[in-house]
Design a protein around this ligand. Sequence first.
Ligand code: MG
Ligand code: MG
Length: 272
Amino acid sequence: MVGFRRGRIEVKSRDQLAAMRAAGLVVARALAVVAAAVSPGITTARLDALAADVIGDHGALPSFLGYHGFPATICVSVNDEIVHGIPGPRVIRAGDLVSIDCGAIVDGWHGDAAVSVLVGAAPELQLLSQVTEASLWAGIRAAEAGSRIGDIGAAVEATIVAAAAEHRQPFDIVDGYTGHGIGTAMHMAPDVPNFGEPGRGPKLAVGMAIAIEPMVTLGSADTRVLADDWTVVSTAGSPAAHWEHTVAVTSVGPWVLTAEDGGGLLRGDPLA
Ligand code: MG
Ligand code: MG
């Protein structure tokens, strides 16, 4: 059974969602800069510095720096590292699959998103990343007022299961790590699992915001945490992809706050 984090789900006013959109756009721009810089020879510390520059240039604050002692602006997780990798002297090499997770704060409101970037052209890793991103968007499309958290997890899960069957690849959803509510803090109620049952879990209402973040491996999704107390790796050494967006539930559909174009799913003005 999926356990849902208990507690009241924060509901934002239009003005508060507008502030979250500002934070989301800072995250989108930081991730765009970092993703474009991912190439053979660059260090993960350099990627971190690029993100810090973008966030600072916008007058925003990084969500991650100092979070439970996390020492950097972004997480950079390479190959069998799934999430929470710490930037440092590691040099990116051809063939690496690099997941970048970034959060920023504007006027006290958080945005949180992640992308995976493949260096080179390994077809099975390309497919892993594409399938993971597709599962994120399936989850986002389920984030409608009146839907339930289980509808999102079910949509993510169905996408991965179908892709594994279609492509005959051992895609596996990482257990033990979930998306989350977001707003005045980065991690809030409710948990947003990457699997679930339709119609189960907390109900979504206009003004709620959640981060949806599928983590998928090519192989086994069993995990362990490295001695740095942060980096989550696949125990079997399977490569992993991670995609994430912060999404607001509005009366006109899901508003993807961390997508430059808002996600393209809105049926009207979410702030009208
Ligand atoms: Mg994140
Ligand atoms: Mg997150």
